[in-house]
Ligand binder design. Sequence first.
Ligand code: PAF
Length: 286
Amino acid sequence: MDRISSAREFQSVCDSLRIQGKTIGLVPTMGALHDGHKQLMTLAKQQCDVAAVSIFVNALQFDNPVDLEKYPRTIEADLEFAKDLGVDVVFTPKSQEMHPEPILFHLEVDRLSQALEGAFRPGHFAGVVTVVAKLFILAGRCRAYFGEKDFQQLAIISRMVEEMHFPVEIVPVPIVRDERGLALSSRNMRLTPDQLVSALALSRSLFSGRDAVAAGEKNPEKVEELMSEELSREISGIAKSDLARLDYALVVDPSTLTRPERIEGPVRLLIAARVGAVRLIDNIGA
Ligand code: PAF
């Protein structure tokens, strides 16, 4: 496995791989790799000649400095993890190289970014698309693998590729859950054992919403109420410091990310809650 830290070198390695006729599967990450990432890397390996993983904690997408500081950084373990999965190239740029100071250019996102996560994390998606666009420019024509756990991020990046004509095929990858239903996330590393139990309230709330839709509920607001009630029920009896506090529980149209008047076709149920100081998100199709 090759580790590359220079942006220009990563770009020229990707260019020469393509000249040799090889296809590239890019997995953008911020490190702290877990089995959710494993799924992305395994698919990249299966579907492309070369699997390239970027590991870069992108300061531009953190609206909260404490969150940035506390974000788990586990580079040595991440390199081992990628190597064991047969990843070919790992790109680990320095911040100054990805975002040379002073930063004069960045992308903005209209509409899709203002609700949901965007409302709670101002500037977050502008930071995400800015770094992802740079990664796409460096990697060039490729397939890029993104998890459905960050459903709004996936929708925004897919739209960016379409609108900006990046020569990139986005491959959405389903959420990986542990045996109790908790969606895998690098942020779970910051939860105490009690908080990990409390975090199960998110997926249980989603499952109850999904079951209601499967049973024929057509009113999205009823499903949202049910999800909030389920979250409150799950957390009753949990110590205050471990409590899951709901930011939102919503039913949206998967392409517009807005609430439909009635549930007539496929919808996505989205939930965000804070467990202790850690903000978690999860979602499910229904
Ligand atoms: O999903 C993530 O880990 C990040 O938002 C991404 C796409 C790597 C951009 O920094």
